[in-house]
Design a protein around this ligand. Sequence first.
Ligand code: 9MR
Length: 377
Amino acid sequence: MALHRPLLAGVLGLSAVLVAPTAATAAPATPAPAPSNAAAASHHSDSLRSLASGIGLRIGTAVNTDQLANNPTYRSITASQFSTVTPENVMKWEVVEPTRGTYDWSAADRLVSFAQANHQLVRGHTLVWHSQLPGWLTAAAPQMSADQLRAVLRQHVTDEVTHFKGRIWQWDVVNEAFNDDGTLRDSIWLQKLGPGYIADAFRWAHQADPKAKLFYNDYNIEYTGPKSNAVYAMVKNLQAQGVPIDGVGFQTHLDTQYPLPDLQANLQRFAALGLDVAETEVDVRTPLPVTPTEQSAQVAGYTQTLQACMAVKRCISYTVWGFDDGDSWVPGVFAGEGAATIYDAAFQPKAQYFALQQALALGSGAPHRTGIGAGRS
Ligand code: 9MR
């Protein structure tokens, strides 16, 4: 899940970032009555969402819906700092259809309502993936014929997109279908259905909600190399077949131990295909405990990733994968690493937060994104 080229210098070599704690930027921890959707968001002019709106860029976060329901501080920051939200887990297949044929949209519906109440757009995540599948499906799939499995997948895509029709800005239709060497991942989808499942999923999603922007989403495709080249070739191929694909999501899970050589140029080459691009799951982890040097690298990582997006007109959203260290997925997966987000576990903004704020403030002359709230054209 990470680049295998060591070199802190790649990140540190970036221009120094002034980390000026100029103004009180954390959202006030105003208690809001749970479980109200009214998060009392006062959109300060120096919030991330306000600063980004000047160039038509959406700033997002993955949302832990348990925290959203129970923690007023979490709710307040989610509402005040971000203009798009992504459900971290509650739109995944195992959550929405725990028993075959019985849907549970409740948690996802609550998030979508929260987003609407706070004038936020929603990135739907994710329809077709090899992970977080319901147990009934992984148990039954090996015995199914290709036609049976295709019908199950079609039903899932159609029912989920139909349920949220008109309320999703960007759908991650297919997630993480490639290996790092550029070959297709050996998932149940590839094994039984062959590579055509990818085009099918986009077509089914488009039929169910013709206005949603449909994305392919993956990690380790931020820089040129076998994996991003394979995704690039796939996208061109889908376009040549007339498949309705609108964008590519670059997850951007970074680690200060590895460099990020050519993100902007890579985003630009996908944009040049006529696609939207987005950074969809940004975080920058580091070995713990964090030293000042490592934190400088993390700050540079956030600045670099945001500036790359800002420089590319077709980069329409920049989403962090959770905003606080207390809720980050990183420590549970990468032993000894963490501190990957922009707020600490006590919901205080870190230098990483101020770096994003400053990049937005200094980048007000970046190209203005157009049609940002609109669906596909
Ligand atoms: O952050 C998510 C975590 O809570 C889940 O346990 C995990 C299960 O695989 O998925 C995490 O989110 C992933 C996202 O859906 C796709 N890209 C990688 C993310 C981090 O693993």
